[in-house]
Design a protein around this ligand. Structure first.
Ligand SMILES: C[S@@+](CC[C@H](N)C(=O)[O-])C[C@H]1O[C@@H](n2cnc3c(N)ncnc32)[C@H](O)[C@@H]1O
Length: 296
């Protein structure tokens, strides 16, 4: 474990003791006592021995699923610039699966692909990336590769990502720590990160409108996740949508949480066949589609 990871986890352990106490009816001291009784005199020792949280051991009254849902952040991360949430306050992970994975018909669509390319507008916390990475490794064969490209104008610090996604630390099974460990500095430009032999993340720290015309890729699926079009029209500009068509092939799919008419009209004008389908949770509609004709 790196020094930076240890700092995050040490602080998170203390927060979790507080949260676990709130949901278990035990005091923070009692939770810390349980950890001590198990041989972890302090949180740094705890993490030496258990690099990932082991809720069952720390607090035996919980099963993992209950602990994970109980530990969902009370305040989901919010962007200062756009006064909008990075993901659903109800359940960001479920939203990511519903909108972006299911919306792009994954895993079915990558089952036969040697190399599958996903392009996302708005990396944010990386929740969508981690969801896709995990599903990919769970559903594909060892010779298949995933290339995930994502634009981000306002990169979060690695430490914040660790904090925001901490409720799903166990679920991602080491991948969140790996993302944090390899997350590039927030320097503008293209950052290519090989997470393992099969999974590559290309983070493009720039305004999507500046960077997307420079991108060369054969995209198989689009995750359009750039805050609401009403408050952030730049993320849904004609430049973005025309370049999406340029980077797509016939059948390339897209999914987005929004059902805004302007976005749907621009996508149709660029050659995508569009469908309005029920949205996640309280959202009535969202949009899915695919490039109907050949590359623009
Ligand atoms: C809804 S959040 C994305 C959430 C993300 N997919 C996740 O899994 O956490 C939208 C993201 O788009 C980024 N963004 C907003 N405008 C942008 C622009 N013009 N170019 C690139 N990124 C932008 C924001 O900084 C924010 O991180």
């Amino acid at each position: 474990m790196t020094k930076q990871e240890r700092q995050i986890f040490t602080r998170e352990f203390k927060r979790d003791a507080v949260r676990l106490s709130e949901t278990s009816g035990r005091t923070t001291e009692q939770i810390e006592q349980i950890a001590e009784d198990l041989g972890y005199e302090d949180s740094s020792k705890f993490f030496d021995r258990a690099p990932r949280f082991d809720f069952e051991k720390v607090c035996p009254c919980f099963n993992r699923a209950q602990a994970m849902s109980d530990l969902r952040p009370i305040d989901p991360p919010k962007s200062q610039e756009f006064d909008d949430l990075y993901f659903s306050a109800d359940d960001g992970l479920a939203e990511s699966k519903f909108v972006f994975l299911d919306g792009n018909k994954l895993p079915e669509n990558w089952l036969e692909a040697e190399r599958f390319v996903i392009c996302e507008t708005g990396f944010g916390t990386g929740l969508n990336f981690l969801s896709a990475w995990k599903l990919f490794e769970e559903t594909t064969k060892p010779h298949q590769a995933l290339d995930f490209i994502s634009f981000e104008k306002y990169p979060l610090e690695a430490e914040k990502i660790g904090l925001y996604l901490q409720p799903w630390l166990n679920f991602f099974d080491g991948r969140l720590q790996q993302l944090i460990a390899h997350y590039p500095p927030g320097i503008p430009g293209f950052h290519r990160v090989a997470l393992n032999e099969r999974v590559t993340l290309t983070l493009i720290f720039d305004d999507v409108n500046e960077a997307i015309p420079k991108l060369i890729a054969d995209v198989d699926a689009w995750f359009l996740d750039g805050f609401k079009p009403a408050t952030n029209p730049d993320m849904w500009s004609d430049t973005v949508i025309e370049n999406m068509a340029r980077l797509s092939r016939k059948g390339t799919r897209l999914a987005t949480f929004t059902a805004a008419g302007k976005v749907r009209r621009s996508l149709i004008a660029a050659g995508f066949s569009i469908e309005k389908v029920p949205g996640f949770g309280r959202k009535r509609d969202m949009t899915i589609g695919y490039l109907a004709g050949d590359r623009a």
